[in-house]
Design a protein around this ligand. Structure first.
Ligand SMILES: [Zn+2]
Length: 260
């Protein structure tokens, strides 16, 4: 009725169970919508730890440490029997972390998908290099990311799980100002803020120009009241300390206060 194979030691696909515990804000990604941070999965064949983690909904660029039996492992570790796995996000400190983290911190160039327009503008306001290709098709985003060594900013988790993504981040908050703080924290950019150095529209660098050089492009009152101007090297847009300047300055100070 229930014959067992005799001497079948070659069978390799005995099911086994892996237990994954997610720490910090990685619970944000878990598919079940609950907050229970531990997930059990039954596997029937050898599987990389990266694939098992992403099957739970957590993109690999969000993972900084994977701990098995008290030791850090990398994404290619193969699971083949019962295993308990701890998974930690960037920014989570733990006394046992002594090896190299899986994620880089010092990325300063980004490519953002088209749904993050306000975040893109905020980051440019703080002086960071953020491009947002149009049309923002997935393949285009990935190409730019690879060719220009940029980190991918997107709330599309499937896109973030693409195998070619080296550096990336999914903003947790739906609100652009909170997303801005999240990105600066994730990539440790607080000390690299350089306001009014980059064009908000096109991401080009701004450079100081003589008033005489831009005179013909100014409105009459602007000609009268302002003396110092900057111009975008890429699109030619002219910036000066007009009424919008105080509002933008207040926004920048708001970000700084949250990051302090
Ligand atoms: Zn520009």
């Amino acid at each position: 009725m229930n014959p067992s194979p005799l001497g079948d030691r070659s069978a390799t696909s005995q099911p086994f169970t892996v237990s994954l515990t997610f720490f910090g804000d990685l619970v944000f990604f878990l598919k079940r919508g609950g907050t229970a941070p531990t997930i059990q999965r039954v596997l029937k064949e050898r599987t990389s730890v990266k694939d098992v983690i992403e099957a739970c909904g957590v993109p690999h660029p969000e993972i900084d440490f994977i701990i098995i039996d008290g030791a850090a492992v990398n994404f290619s570790r193969v699971l083949q029997d019962n295993t308990a796995i701890e998974v930690y996000p960037v920014g989570f400190t733990h006394a046992s972390f002594q090896s190299c983290p899986l994620q880089r911190r010092s990325v300063t160039k980004f490519v953002a998908d088209g749904h993050l327009g306000k975040l893109t503008r905020n980051l440019r306001l703080l002086g960071f290099d953020v491009i947002s290709p149009t049309p923002a098709e997935d393949q285009r985003l990935l190409e730019v990311m690879q060719h220009e060594a940029r980190a991918l900013l997107t709330r599309d988790r499937r896109l973030l799980m693409h195998a070619v993504v080296r550096d990336g981040f999914c903003p947790r908050s739906p609100y652009p100002d909170e997303q801005t703080v999240e990105v600066v924290r994730r990539f440790q950019l607080s000390n690299s803020i350089s306001p009014f150095s980059r064009c908000l529209q096109c991401n080009g660098a701004l450079q100081g120009v003589d008033k005489t050089d831009v005179m013909k492009d100014l409105e009459p009152l602007t000609r009268v009241y302002y003396e110092r101007f900057r111009r975008c090297k890429e699109c030619g847009k002219i910036y000066w300390r007009g009424s919008h300047f105080d509002k933008l300055s207040a926004r920048i100070e708001g970000f700084r206060a949250q990051l302090a």
